[in-house]
Design a protein around this ligand. Structure first.
Ligand SMILES: [Cu+2]
Length: 313
């Protein structure tokens, strides 16, 4: 009886100690978590958009689950090859094991559970990411045109937006900085990059279109990428939640200067955003640069731009 009690006490002790050790290890790992590790080495940091954190969590958790399975499988492989290695004086084939139902069921059912589990989480998160703000919810509506090799941005009027009508910005391809001798330095002039302005914490809807070939709108720190396809409109809805400057790029090989098809995203305060919109209006960029500027004018919904002859005074 006493022996039994003692062993129970010892067991409880052991449990306590292993729980403590686990907690210590976990806190060490979590405390030592850098920003990079926290997002699973994805670019950017948490709190950038309403979608980014969910995607980063999904990515990190998938890696944890897959590594755990990986370590288990690698461990079993190493264990089996050590324990069942050929010993001295052994000849011929080892004892063969076939039709062992428990093991066969295990290695059929476990991968099925894994695949369906990953699928379910992917489907859930993707549905959430692809959900769009409704017309009533939307606070900022922007048309983004990909074109060889830059971007155009139309800031469309939204109910309750501080400006009437739309304004537009037409971007040019990235410009390389040059040294005194006029030779390229390999550095980009960021001041000349097409820049998309977004007000922080606003529900943004971006319609993605193309003027010529397939491009892809990619802001790595938003953890989101979507193609711009000629003749088709894709939509990206999200809420930027941190003021900062983000680099964007075309992620679909689209011709000779694909790598120069860069842009920036400025997430700014509502006041700064309004001031920027005002500056476009003041510069005369009123209205929008729509499908009439597409290069493939045989696409549905496109027509040749009307040439307006201004009267000379
Ligand atoms: Cu492109």
């Amino acid at each position: 009886m006493r022996l039994l009690e003692r062993s129970i006490v010892r067991k409880n002790h052991r449990k306590k100690w292993s729980a403590l050790a686990l907690a210590a290890a976990a806190s060490l790992v979590l405390a030592g978590c850098t920003q990079l590790e926290d997002t699973g080495y994805l670019p950017g940091q948490r709190g950038t958009s309403d979608l980014g954190d969910g995607i980063a969590t999904f990515w990190v958790n998938s890696w944890i689950a897959l590594l755990a399975i990986g370590f288990l499988v690698w461990g079993l492989i190493i264990w089996a090859s050590v324990v069942y290695r050929r010993r001295k004086n052994e000849t011929g084939m080892p004892e063969q094991m076939r039709y062992h139902m428990p093991i066969e069921i295990l290695f059929t059912v476990v991968p099925i559970i894994l695949v369906f589990g990953l699928f379910a989480f992917t489907a859930r998160d993707q549905a959430q990411v692809e959900e769009n703000w409704t017309a009533d919810e939307m606070e900022v509506h922007i048309e983004v045109y990909g074109k060889q090799w830059a971007w155009d941005f139309n800031y469309l009027e939204v109910d309750g937006s501080p400006y009437d009508g739309g304004v537009y910005y037409q971007g040019v391809q990235a410009v390389e900085l040059r040294d005194e001798n006029g030779s390229t330095t390999g550095e980009i002039d960021y001041d000349q990059l097409p820049t998309l302005y977004l007000p922080v914490n606003a529900k943004v809807v971006i319609d993605l279109k193309s003027r010529d070939v397939a491009h892809s709108f990619w802001v790595p720190e938003f953890h989101y990428k979507e193609d711009t396809i000629p003749g088709k409109t894709n939509t990206f809805s999200f809420t930027p939640t941190r003021e900062d400057t983000y680099i964007g790029k075309c992620a679909e090989l689209c011709g000779e200067y694909h790598s120069m098809m860069l842009f920036q995203v400025e997430v700014v305060s509502q006041e700064e955003y309004n001031a920027y919109i005002q500056s476009l209006e003041d510069a005369g960029n009123v209205g929008e640069r729509g499908d009439e500027y597409n290069r493939n004018l045989n696409n549905p919904g496109t027509s040749v731009p009307e040439i307006v002859h201004e009267e000379q005074h």
